[in-house]
Design a protein around this ligand. Structure first.
Ligand SMILES: *Cc1c(COP(=O)(O)O)cnc(C)c1O
Length: 391
């Protein structure tokens, strides 16, 4: 390594400059899109050198992968066609036949459904652990347990587990640890530095940030990522070059966006907790939130996601959402615009009201993905929503 190299380490510096080709291609300041499915064979190339979109090795992929790795301080990164493709491909690449995995209870709905409904068909088994009770984890270990899957911030109640405990538990048993860092984003948390083996993202959310593509990724050591890559090359859940371009473009402003979203979320959470129409507010940055100590210990910021419980029925929660003029009543998260959803009607619709109540989600719980709008405008919009719901 050339020690004279200036290695800039600020987050946005990395997000903007990491992976950019030198010399610039045709002098282009913005990385061009390589919309070509295949590439000419060069003299002396072997089968392993073939470049083809499905093999995740076009110039568009290379730049994106280096940027993604830089965001998490990883040796290596790999993009996929969705967050679900990232999670499912990674697990299937790493598990031996018949393996047992331990997954945090309350994972993202798609991940949870895949673990419960699809994984067993492939001959794997899965048990769920309570993130808030590490003393129970040992009891779930089986001789064939191989991997632990958790999330940085849970949905929709924004719980944060004690990550040191997860890492120590995995090290003690030799389990591979994977964490879905979508909700915190690499701006606020870098799980690899704490000892997690792999970090996954739905890049659809904060990494892209503009609500205009679906993508996923996984970052970690070159050894693990290349195992996943071999599997991805054959499973085929590859990201298209145009989506690679959009994602690497979105990443450049990640820190600015997440900073603004998190600042708005804290202000909105504090403001909501003083409103008479609101029974409870869930935001890891509020001192009354049960996960606040873990969030303070591990995260550099509290993120742009919050939830609150209206003192009312689920119909009133719907009316709140419909009465917003800025906030959009739509699923998903992480974009520049504020989105609201009702978990009882979306992510947790499959549970009975009783089951939902047990895990702390009432029919009037509203989840907010806070955008970058002006905070006064957002509060005015929420006043409009509350007035409509309570009238
Ligand atoms: C959205 C999401 C996923 C799935 O990502 P897709 O890009 O929709 O496939 C996985 N994990 C979390 C935490 C998510 O929010």
């Amino acid at each position: 390594m050339n020690t004279n190299d200036h290695t800039p380490n600020g987050f946005s510096t990395r997000a903007v400059h990491a992976g950019e080709p030198r010399p610039r291609i045709g002098g282009a300041v913005s990385m061009p899109i390589f919309q070509s499915s295949t590439f000419e064979t060069r003299e002396g190339e072997s089968y392993d050198d073939i470049r083809y979109i499905r093999l995740n090795n076009t110039p568009s992929h290379d730049v994106l992968h280096q940027k993604l790795a830089a965001l998490e301080g990883a040796e290596s990164a790999l993009s996929m066609s969705s967050g679900m493709a990232a999670i499912t491909t990674s697990l299937m690449a790493l598990l031996q036949p018949g393996a047992h995995i331990l997954a945090q209870r309350g994972l993202y709905g798609g991940t949870g459904s895949w673990l419960v409904h699809e994984l067993p068909k492939l001959g794997y088994t899965c048990s769920f652990f309570d993130g808030q009770h590490p003393e129970q984890w040992e009891g779930l270990v089986r001789p064939n347990t191989a991997l632990v899957l958790c999330e940085t911030i849970s949905n929709p109640l924004l719980e944060v587990v004690d990550f040191d405990q997860v890492v120590q538990f995995c090290r003690r048993h030799g389990f591979i640890s994977i964490i879905d860092n979508t909700f915190a984003s690499p701006v606020w948390f870098n799980p690899l530095s704490l000892g997690f083996d792999l970090v996954a993202h739905s890049a659809t959310k904060y990494l892209n940030g503009h609500t205009d593509l679906v993508a996923g990724c996984v970052m970690g050591s070159s050894v693990l990522v290349s195992r996943i890559r071999k599997c991805l090359n054959l499973f085929g859940g590859t990201l298209d070059p145009h989506a690679c371009y959009l994602l690497q473009r979105g990443i450049k402003t990640l820190e600015l966006r997440v900073g603004a979203q998190s600042e708005n979320a804290l202000q909105l959470a504090q403001w909501l907790s003083l409103r008479p129409e609101v029974r409870r507010v869930f935001y890891p940055g509020l001192s009354q939130h049960a996960s606040h100590p873990n969030a303070r210990k591990y995260l550099r910021g509290y993120g742009g996601m919050l939830a609150f419980e209206l003192s009312g029925t689920s119909d009133q929660a719907v009316t709140f959402c419909q009465n917003l003029q800025l906030g959009v009543y739509a699923p998903s998260l992480g974009g520049v615009e504020t989105l609201v959803t009702i978990p009882a009607r979306t992510s947790h619709v499959a549970l009975t009201p009783e089951e939902r109540r047990k895990i702390g989600i009432s029919d009037g719980t509203i989840r907010v993905s806070v955008g970058i709008e002006n905070i006064s405008d957002l509060k005015d919009d929420f006043i409009r929503g509350l007035a409509g719901a309570m009238s």
